[in-house]
Design a protein around this ligand. Structure first.
Ligand code: ADP
Ligand code: 5GP
Length: 207
């Protein structure tokens, strides 16, 4: 097949792709991403930095890099973060080193950020295509049930996250794709379909 195409074209795709997954806390971003990475080992994850305390099941350097407020300030001053925000009283940021070199090499990187961070990444002039996916739970009741079932937030934090969720949904029109996370396997299948379509884009295969 490749011999058919003029020199420089590549049906495997040769441009970087940032697959950004945003949406309300508890929608299932981490769960969907973990399954996506398990199914396709060619994908990598952009590990954010945060000042939030580590949850018992999280691994430092894999889920997040957990840092102090002072270190967060230092990274901002040094220009090491592509975007950052405060969410629920803690700070989160995307390190430049997690995205720019990999996209520059034509790799596909999955990113977990809140809504404003997703929109900031679209504006960040990254060396590759940025695709924004908004993940939603099937109902508000199910969202509450999932956050409670995760058992990592207080009732006060839960209320705060639900308020943020309502605010975040206003930005849906600015996203490229909307995915409902009802059954986990079905939701992961939908995100894989997006990835497949993005890999087939003419611009991604062109010289
Ligand atoms: P987020 O990263 O968006 O905050 P998580 O991936 O931590 O969300 O999911 C929140 C909770 O909901 C977790 O306890 C997770 O196991 C559960 N969960 C995720 N997806 C589903 C699903 N499709 N069905 C039922 N529970 C789910
Ligand atoms: P959590 O505390 O549940 O892990 O994450 C809270 C929110 O912060 C989620 O919406 C998550 O997507 C977002 N988040 C995680 N990392 C980053 C980041 O680097 N930048 C931004 N803007 N948001 C992030």
């Amino acid at each position: 097949m490749r011999e058919f195409l003029p020199p420089g074209w590549d049906v495997q795709g040769n441009h970087g792709l940032a697959l950004v997954i945003a949406g309300p806390s508890g929608a299932g971003k981490s769960s969907v991403i973990a399954e996506l990475l398990r199914r396709d080992p060619t994908l990598s994850f952009s590990v954010s930095v945060t000042t939030r305390p580590r949850r018992p099941d999280e691994v430092d350097g894999k889920d997040y890099t957990f840092i102090t407020d002072e270190e967060f300030d230092r990274r901002i001053r040094a220009g090491e973060l592509l975007e950052w925000t405060t969410y629920g009283g803690h700070r989160y940021g995307t390190p430049r080193d997690e995205l720019v070199p990999r996209l520059g090499r034509g790799e596909e990187v999955v990113v977990n950020v809140e809504v404003r961070g997703a929109l900031a990444l679209r504006r960040a002039r990254l060396p590759g295509r940025v695709v924004l996916v908004f993940l939603v739970p099937p109902t508000r009741e199910e969202l509450v049930r999932r956050i409670r079932a995760r058992g990592t937030e207080s009732e006060e934090d839960l209320a705060r996250r639900l308020r943020i969720a309502e605010e975040e949904c206003r930005a849906i029109p600015e996203f490229d794709y909307l995915v409902v996370n009802d059954e986990l396997a079905a939701a992961v299948g939908r995100v894989e379909a997006i990835l497949t379509a993005e890999r087939l884009r003419i611009r991604r295969c062109s010289p």
